[in-house]
Design a protein around this ligand. Structure first.
Ligand SMILES: [Zn+2]
Ligand SMILES: [Zn+2]
Length: 170
């Protein structure tokens, strides 16, 4: 399905959700949805706000945050916590299941898809009698552009590693 058709359908679903929950169906809310569905990236709220500001000056940060929350609730967007203090978002409707590699140096996000992860999930669900709802697998490292650049000096100033006990990265 092409991007425009996906966006059209997502717009309908969002419209239905807003109607059903008696929420205001404002152009700003649909503009947030569009920004997400026209991008192939994993955007944070600030980036979405800036992209929107370039086109429509009237939107507020609060509207962006509030709309992203709604989009996550109605499962049109996925929220990722790649870094401790920053959430990133991507479109969920029509997207295939995938996991992520994150570069600790340039913050690049790469998607990958491996059917074995689905197999593990199914197997563990059966083994522990869990109904698996979703999963999160993030592999952190250094991309090909970055792994030549002093990874060790970088890690000391890396906010991603700050929450780990010191002994684990010595
Ligand atoms: Zn990198
Ligand atoms: Zn992704």
């Amino acid at each position: 399905m092409n991007q425009e058709l996906l966006l059209q359908r997502a717009r309908h679903l969002f419209d239905d959700y807003l109607k059903a929950h008696r929420l205001r169906r404002t152009p700003e809310r649909f503009a947030v949805l569009e920004t997400l569905y026209r991008s192939n990236e994993h955007l944070d709220a600030e980036k979405i706000y800036q992209l929107l500001r370039r086109r429509r000056r009237s939107i507020s940060r609060a509207t962006v945050y509030n709309t992203l929350d709604l989009l996550v609730k109605c499962e049109l967007a996925l929220r990722h916590q790649f870094e401790p203090h920053q959430a990133r978002y991507e479109r969920a409707y029509g997207a295939r299941q995938h996991d992520h590699l994150i570069c600790l140096h340039c913050r690049k996000v790469v998607e990958f898809c491996d059917p074995r992860i689905h197999q593990i999930s199914t197997r563990m669900g059966a083994l522990f009698d869990f109904r698996i709802a979703h999963h999160s697998l993030i592999l952190y490292g250094y991309c090909s552009d970055c792994h030549g650049k002093s990874a060790h000096t970088e890690s000391s100033s890396n906010p991603l590693l700050h929450d780990l006990p010191k002994s684990t990265h010595r």
